[in-house]
Design a protein around this ligand. Sequence first.
Ligand SMILES: [Zn+2]
Length: 405
Amino acid sequence: MKYRDLNLQTQREAPNNARTEGFSFLVRAGYLTRENVPTKLGEHTLDHLRDLSNDASFLSHLSLPTIGNEDETFFPITSGSIEVAHCPACKYTERLELARFAKTPLPKEEELPLEKVLTPDCHTIEALANFLGVPKEKTAKALMYTRLSDNQFIFVIVRGNMQLSEAKLKQHVGDIRPATAEEIEKSGAAAGYASPIGLKETLIVVDDLIPQSQNLVAGANETGYHLKNTNYGRDYSAEIITDLVQAQAGDTCSNCGNPLSVLSAISLATRKEYRFENVLLALAETYHDTKGLTLPRPAAPFDVYLMHLPGKEVDTRAKAEEIYKTLQSAGISVLFDDRDERAGVKFNDADLIGCPVRITVGEKGLKEGMVELKPRKEKDNRLMSLTSLTSLTSSAAFWDLIKDQ
Ligand SMILES: [Zn+2]
């Protein structure tokens, strides 16, 4: 393809909305607009990645620092909108809302008798724990939902110091919505002062730590009152006991016992599909230097950035056109910068766009039958004879030639 056909627009400055260096270079090199929409070059690159993905191990060929599990592959990035729990030791990785972790029960206690206490204005676990002078882990947090499929009222309990993961709850009960005040009242519960004790027609679901936690403070189902010393089994029981709470950074990995990290990430692939836009961002984030992108050979949209330096005596552009055709017929993909621009402008663009090899056709070299060749990741130019280029018959021969030099 030719530079002009792609309507390429590179930019000197990083866009001011860039949250990461990779995104910044994709915009500056003309792959994306500032609004994160692929340009012609971007679309061409995404098509190229799509072609590559016919090979099932395509992601691993790109050598990206991914994390993942059997269902999904993630790329950690600060601008990512997905939170992922990850164990650096054993590599366990899961979306945070579904991540498992090892819970530590409190020391076992003797069950004490129920005691109703006045707790005015204690609508939150925080306020309740402060008012009664008990730690939050000695309280039972109540959450109430209604199942969409059959309007079943669902009462959920987790320990007061933990957060319910609705995603985990849904895995067991199906789709839900928050219960209305009317539905709560009908069950016999009191909003803000609710417990599962004595409720009617209620599906009770508790976190698996609850049966191991004695003497928890819970609502008395009477506004303004709580019960001290509620105990699972003695005072109420549940239809479902399972892991319901969300992991946090520092929680213990249930596989290996080391602390879990929580990372922001984007998803590159699920069992069903790849997310090629995200793969492109991950590539840019991983492969760049201070001048631009340094894409690895399989991922780059073109193998070669070919350019001519306008000459005084020799028609360098015509020679470059010849090389362009030869390389293409040998199966090497070429981006031909056929503009009559200054060398500096073209070199900058070549560095930004990040094709693995730059070939420069200049007057001085041509007089000696040579062109300049520069691998993107190397510092120096090399000279290469024009005949060795124009006699190429395959892409493999081209890469061999570059390696041998
Ligand atoms: Zn682990």
